[in-house]
Design a protein around this ligand. Structure first.
Ligand code: 6CS
Ligand code: FE
Length: 300
């Protein structure tokens, strides 16, 4: 398939109807990794897999310690890859944590996680983006409904939907601290978004995304078709795999407790970035790897 052609036009001025995705959802098969045929079928249907208690409390403790270390590291303050909340200096996200931290560099290559990403994407993968979301108690604002792929295609130039996100839950997720909400099955449709991408859009979008947000009619139709919204909740140590194009978002954290996760985006080495399809320029490399596509190998 001609990967220079824009298969998923978005950020248009005129409304464009959603259409069925042109790429497969699952690229590998059941004998190529740890996921069973039933799990592959579920991911194909819903666009995500949730593993409550994937890691036990002791294992997750080292990840939470690292999260606190990064968050309280004074040398991180003011860096471009550290994003604060829209109306406070509270840390909202830290990007490229697989480069800042040996602990997270190993975690993204964990022998129980990496093979699942390779199986879903049908071969070798690298990290397109990694981040920690803190969503501190009371301060943590939400994330509008969006498809990650719509941004990674329009602004980072990923040509195909051959990318999977893995979120490791670091603090208990419950209905009060703004858990991730997902529209099951929405990954099977591409929803073009209205509105041109401004220069340096990421400076706003990482605090509050307003460009690349699907219209309410399309959202309502897909939520209706899905039979409702799902919000996978579970204890710290749970793991969520979600397809790059599944619609998701989250509410503000109204509880005193943080809702923190660490998030790795695995992209197929056959799906490396071209020029941005709908943005004036590339985003910084802390958001979209453009230099090193070396295939990941599982940590020993
Ligand atoms: O723009 C991005 O790449 C990031 N923004 C959101 C809301 N989700 C995906 C990604 O981390
Ligand atoms: Fe997202």
């Amino acid at each position: 398939m001609d990967t220079t052609k824009d298969l998923y036009p978005s950020r248009t001025s005129a409304p464009t109807a959603m259409f069925e995705r042109l790429d497969p959802v699952v690229y590998g098969n059941a004998d190529q990794g740890p996921l069973s045929q039933e799990q592959l079928d579920q991911y194909n249907r819903d666009g995500f897999l949730f593993f409550p208690g994937f890691f036990n409390g002791q294992t997750i403790g080292s990840f939470v310690d690292e999260l606190h270390r990064l968050c309280s590291d004074r040398s991180m303050a003011g860096r471009d890859d550290v994003i604060t909340e829209p109306d406070s200096q509270e840390v909202r996200s830290i990007f490229q944590v697989h480069k800042h931290s040996d602990v997270f560099a190993r975690l993204c290559r964990h022998p129980r996680i990496l093979p699942m990403a390779q199986q879903l994407l049908g071969g070798d993968v690298y990290i397109h983006q990694s981040r920690i979301n803190y969503k501190p108690g009371f301060q943590g604002k939400g994330f509008n409904w969006h498809s990650d792929f719509e941004t990674w295609h329009a602004e980072d130039g990923l040509p195909h939907m051959r990318t999977v996100s893995c979120s490791v839950i670091l603090t208990d997720n419950n209905e009060f601290n703004g858990p991730l909400m997902i529209v099951p099955g929405s990954h099977r449709y591409f929803v073009p978004c209205i509105g041109e991408t401004p220069e340096n859009n990421f400076r706003r979008s990482l605090k509050k995304q307003e460009i690349g947000v699907p219209d309410n009619d399309s959202l309502a139709k897909l939520i209706d078709q899905a039979g409702g919204i799902q919000a996978p909740k579970g204890p710290a140590g749970s793991l969520l795999l979600f397809e790059c194009n599944v619609l998701h978002g989250s509410n503000a954290n109204m509880s005193p407790y943080p809702r923190s996760n660490v998030f790795f985006v695995y992209n197929s080495v056959k799906n490396t970035p071209r020029r941005p399809y709908a943005a004036p320029d590339y985003r910084p490399e802390f958001l979209s790897e453009r230099g090193d596509f070396t295939p990941l190998r599982a940590a020993g």
